[in-house]
Ligand binder design. Structure first.
Ligand code: DHK
Length: 152
């Protein structure tokens, strides 16, 4: 069975609790449950994790090199600062999807440049939890394409 890791960065555990509603109304456990259910439908094992710590995220990306076929990441605030996360992602051999709940280009200018996009196969932003679920479906296709040598 294929295995996919989905990493969430700092403060993602607060999704649904932000009074501004920037990250929707679903709580982080609800988002995790929806992603786990979609992965089960798609037929792969999902490691869905969250940390507020850059080094923990880097350790998990390195772990994924050994055990996962694809990687999705919402590095949250570290998206705009972390060369170290970029370097870890560049060492991951499979497809990578960068995900954001919000449309980061509609927000403050400091959110407009992602360090990690250089390592990403694609980017999904602005679709809330729907984007996470679309990302899982896209990852399923990307892994299948990598297996057959097909794809763009
Ligand atoms: C999540 C965060 O926590 C922010 O720091 C980013 C991202 C955007 C998101 O949209 O999921 O700027």
């Amino acid at each position: 069975m294929k295995t996919v890791m989905f990493l969430n960065g700092p403060n993602a555990n607060l999704y649904g609790l932000d009074p501004s509603g920037t990250y929707g109304t679903d709580s982080f456990p609800q988002i995790e449950a929806a992603c786990m259910a979609r992965a089960a439908e798609l037929g792969f094992k999902l490691e869905f994790r969250q940390s507020n710590h850059e080094g923990v995220l880097i350790d998990w990306i390195q772990e994924a090199r050994q055990s996962c076929d694809g990687l999705l990441i919402n590095a949250a605030g570290l998206t705009y600062t972390s060369v170290a996360i970029l370097d870890a992602l560049l060492a991951f051999p499979g497809p990578i999807l960068e995900c954001h709940m919000s449309n980061i280009w509609k927000r403050e200018p400091f959110r407009h440049h992602s360090y990690i996009s250089k390592a990403a196969t694609g980017v999904i932003a602005g679709l809330g939890v729907r984007g996470y679920l679309l990302g899982l479906a896209a990852m399923n296709d990307l892994i299948a394409e990598a297996d057959t040598g097909a794809g763009a």
